[in-house]
Design a binder for this molecule. Structure first.
Ligand code: NDP
Length: 448
């Protein structure tokens, strides 16, 4: 069968079978479009149903999470774990706690995770999970009670050889700690490799906290270097002010760039002099406050309500590091008009399909999330390796491995793009490079 027609028909089936999940449809659409030349060269992937199987999760778990708030009232949230693909290793992917979470978000993230994890070159399959629980405004005890209840159910579906969750939006070191404690208590075993993003004193890896942000900047640096540019003297706009945004800012600063804007879900700050990262860390990591507080300390900086406005700030490099679909077609056009030279996706799917097209059509260097933010999960896999060996590498060792992985992802994605006739299109290059390894493993393992 003609590969293009096959992909179009498969996409129609995916939409029909997974109604009301637009984020999942969007993620599948982009991958299927990019795979057409691969399927032309390898018709056996169609005959063996590889693509048809890859868009269907191996297992989806939805469960009730009851807990009691500080007022003594019962609260009920919904928990999810989607075990998408285990062809090349145990399911691996973060947990997201955010009120917007529903099955479609977890499926889009789990689907993307298959290709991202494959790109790292490490033996990890794809999965994702989370809850519609909102940690914002909750006390530490409430977060603990929620995490314990969440893990009481999740524990029966995960283990260090089966499925290894980590953090994502709303899940940082505090939440991972509470969940690890509950897992250990129920299992009565110190299975350190069952979760990653752990604290350094109980099996965490140095450089894991920094890994996604650092990895993003290593990737973008490699991409712009190939076109004769560096970060030195560049103006950079970064959305978000969470884990990924903070450490991307730190690495940009180290490479001589200037980050002039950061945001949260309420609004954004613009500081022409370059943002004061120590203050942002204090506000966000310690005090858990809103980014608007920044201008109380730096009155010359500006604060604006709303998220989209951040993309109207002129910059050389834009790094969306908050959430999905934050750069739409209109924002992409404004960035292009203002002379953006490179865009690197720190968040998962932060650019809409239309926005991505604007960048690619205008020759903007574009680093897609699957490749550019893979440093987090890669370092999680390095954390699992250290846990298995029961030893710990130094920060420098982990950071050097991370950098090496990001450089290799860039090389593999760009080589795949070139091989299949999409020169300089890293979106398609990353999808193809990630897909081929998983497809080969699935072919060898038979119809499962
Ligand atoms: P955090 O929870 O640490 O930070 C998220 C940031 O994005 C916060 O500033 C948050 O603002 C903002 N944000 C969240 N949701 C929205 C929204 N709907 N609209 C506008 N802003 C929003 O998460 P991370 O930094 O860990 O994750 C950010 C992105 O990076 C996500 O897409 C995640 O999937 C991706 N990612 C993360 C990895 C990791 O290792 N942490 C690995 C790979 C990808 P507020 O505080 O107001 O909620």
């Amino acid at each position: 069968m003609n590969a293009k027609v096959y992909c179009e028909q498969l996409f129609e089936r995916v939409v029909k079978r997974n109604g009301n999940e637009p984020e999942f449809h969007q993620a599948v659409k982009e991958v299927l479009e990019s795979l057409v030349p691969v399927l032309e060269k390898h018709p056996e992937y169609i005959e063996l149903g590889i693509v048809e199987r890859i868009v269907e999760p191996e297992r989806q778990i939805v469960f009730r999470v009851p807990w009691v708030d500080d007022k003594g009232q019962v609260q009920v949230n919904r928990g999810f774990r989607v075990q998408f693909n285990s062809a090349i290793g145990p399911y691996k992917g973060g947990l997201r706690f955010h009120p917007s979470v529903y099955l479609g978000i977890i499926k889009f993230l789990g689907f993307e995770q298959i290709f991202k994890n494959s790109l790292t070159g490490l033996p990890i399959g794809g999965g994702k999970g989370g809850s519609d629980f909102d940690p914002k405004g909750k006390s530490d005890s409430e977060v603990m009670r929620f995490c314990q209840s969440f893990m009481t159910e999740l524990q029966r579906h995960i283990s260090q050889d089966c499925d290894v969750p980590a953090g994502d939006i709303g899940v940082g070191g505090r939440e991972i700690g509470f969940m690890f404690g509950q897992y250990k208590r129920i299992k009565n075993a110190y299975e350190a490799g069952v979760l990653t993003g752990k604290g350094l004193v109980y099996g965490g890896s140095l450089a894991r906290t920094e890994a996604t942000g650092y990895g993003l900047v290593y990737f973008v640096d490699e991409m712009i270097k190939a076109k004769g540019m560096t970060f030195e003297g560049k103006t950079v706009v970064i959305s978000g002010s969470g884990n990924v945004a903070i450490y991307a800012t730190q690495k940009v600063n180290q490479l001589g760039g200037k980050v002039v804007a950061l945001s949260d879900s309420n609004g954004y700050i613009y500081d022409k002099n370059g943002v004061d990262l120590a203050l942002v860390k204090q506000l966000k990591e310690v005090e858990r406050k809103r980014i608007s507080e920044y201008v109380k300390v730096h009155p010359t900086a500006e604060y604006h309500e709303g998220c989209n406005g951040i993309w109207t700030i002129p910059c050389d490099v834009a790094l969306p590091c908050a959430t999905q679909n934050e750069i739409d077609e209109e924002s992409a056009k404004i960035l292009v008009k203002n002379g953006v030279k490179a865009v690197g996706e720190g968040a998962n799917m932060p650019t809409t399909l239309e926005g991505t097209k604007v960048f690619l059509d205008n020759g903007v260097l574009f680093a897609p999330a699957k490749a550019a933010n893979a440093g987090g999960v890669a370092t999680s896999a390095l954390e699992m390796s250290q846990n298995s060996m029961r030893l710990a590498w130094t920060f420098e060792e982990v950071d050097a491995k991370l950098k090496n992985i990001m450089v290799n992802i860039y090389k593999n994605a760009s080589a795949a793009a070139e091989e299949y006739g999409y020169k300089d299109n890293l979106v398609y290059g990353a999808n193809i490079a990630g897909f081929v390894k998983v497809a080969e493993a699935m072919r060898m393992q038979g119809l499962v």
